[in-house]
Design a protein around this ligand. Structure first.
Ligand code: NAD
Ligand code: DAU
Length: 350
């Protein structure tokens, strides 16, 4: 049985990757290493936590001693690294944690893998999960390609860009067998409700204000999280070592339009009069340095690995809204305590 390390497996995307790998690869022992920060939630994996090929380790990637010991113990054959501080707004109010976890934490994992694999790197893979935000912000036209120059503009994206560079440097300098993918905005079940879509779904359900930053004209390219997990599977198993793959949904939406769509769909599902939830929209102070538009060109992963999204946006959104409506307890368990303090401080009406 191969030991495969997945970091950040109790978070939003990581939990979907862990679930896919546990179910699809019974010959892998999936070791999920997660610190369980505010964003990590063991309840994201209750359906698979008893699987014979699953091990959970609560640990911090910033603790290099513990990371080295884990590599020594499990002799991982592959690493899929998702653990990160991931929320742009938190990076604006507390940049240091992002630099520590996203940069130094990644370095610790690279060093432990390099040491563990020093005698034989054949067949090993260090796969780093990154974001389209490293490429900066687009105007009305154009796409991000794998060779678009990096231009990160928030502490979050700067920390991710830095970690991407370090991963590539380990490939170039030490011959580490690395892969990187840069994905657009994910939506789906199990996402912490500080991010746009679960926040809006939860607030619509509870008839609370829907805080839109600025004018709501910023554009994001949305991909169903399960399709991101499928892409990660493809890159891990079939992607070329040393390569970068962009992943996206060709599915651009202005924030205000996607919130309108959510309002109308949920009015329908909740049996409310059409237009009711749009009345909850509240324009609030814009995010500092708010990137205007992201859009991924995903031709390379489609042509090389045959990956493309498996659902339409309408199908993915319906599944997503239905999941949040059916999992009230999950939402209630996390929208209490520290979350409430964060929420109170974040949204200042314009
Ligand atoms: P998330 O915030 O939901 O989950 C992050 C996970 O990492 C949590 O389980 C958390 O407990 C864990 N973690 C944080 N710090 C840690 C530490 N020091 N040690 C160990 N574990 C730690 O994030 P997500 O949205 O699932 O994103 C996962 C990865 O994918 C990140 O690297 C992010 O940059 C990238 N990404 C996210 C998106 C998106 O739309 N959410 C898009 C592209 C790329
Ligand atoms: O592009 C990929 C990135 O997508 C990932 O790397 C990040 O980890 C992930 O968090 C996400 O970043 P964004 O900043 O795009 O996502 P967020 O959900 O925070 O915001 C989406 C858009 O909605 C953005 O333009 C800001 C806006 N917004 C967000 C919130 C939380 C609002 O208008 N109101 C809000 O309350």
């Amino acid at each position: 049985m191969k030991n495969i390390l997945i970091t950040g497996g109790s978070g939003f995307i990581g939990s979907h990757v862990v679930r896919l790998f546990i179910n699809k690869y019974p010959n892998y022992n999936i070791v999920n290493l997660d610190k369980l920060t505010y964003a990590g939630n063991p309840e994201n994996l209750t359906d698979v936590e008893d699987a014979a090929n699953y091990t959970f380790v609560k640990a911090d990637i910033n603790d290099d001693k513990v990371i080295f010991e884990l590599f020594e113990k499990y002799k991982f054959e592959g690493v899929i690294h998702l653990a990160a501080e991931s929320h742009v707004d938190r990076s604006i109010s507390n940049p240091k944690q992002f630099i520590t976890t996203n940069i130094v934490g990644t370095l610790n994992l690279l060093n432990a893998a390099k040491d563990c694999w020093k005698d034989n790197m054949d067949g090993k893979i260090f796969y780093h999960i990154s974001t389209d935000e490293v490429y900066g912000s687009l105007g009305a036209d154009g796409y991000f390609y794998e060779d678009t120059p990096y231009d990160p503009r928030s502490p979050y994206s700067a920390s991710k860009a830095s970690s991407d560079h370090i991963v590539r440097a380990y490939n170039h300098t030490y011959g580490m067998p690395v892969k990187i993918s840069n994905c657009s905005n994910n939506y789906g079940s199990h996402q912490f409700p500080e991010k746009l879509l679960p926040l809006m779904i939860n607030n619509i359900k509870n008839s609370k204000p829907l805080p839109i930053y600025g004018e709501g004209v910023n554009v994001r390219d949305w991909l169903w999280v399960v399709d991101h997990a499928r892409a990660i599977d493809d890159v891990f198993h079939k992607g070329r070592v040393g390569e970068t793959y962009n992943i996206g949904g060709y599915n651009e939406w202005k924030n205000i339009d996607i919130v309108h769509l959510l309002c109308d769909t949920m009015d329908d599902k909740l049996g409310r009069e059409k237009g009711t939830s749009r009345g909850l929209i509240t324009f609030v102070k814009d995010r500092a340095g708010h990137d205007m538009r992201y859009a991924i060109d995903a031709t390379k992963i489609k042509e090389e690995l045959g990956w493309e999204p498996s659902v339409t946006f309408e199908q993915g959104m319906n599944k997503t809204i239905d999941w949040y409506l059916a999992n009230e307890a999950w939402m209630e368990n996390i929208t209490s305590g520290a979350y409430l303090d964060y929420y109170k401080n974040q949204y200042i009406n314009r």
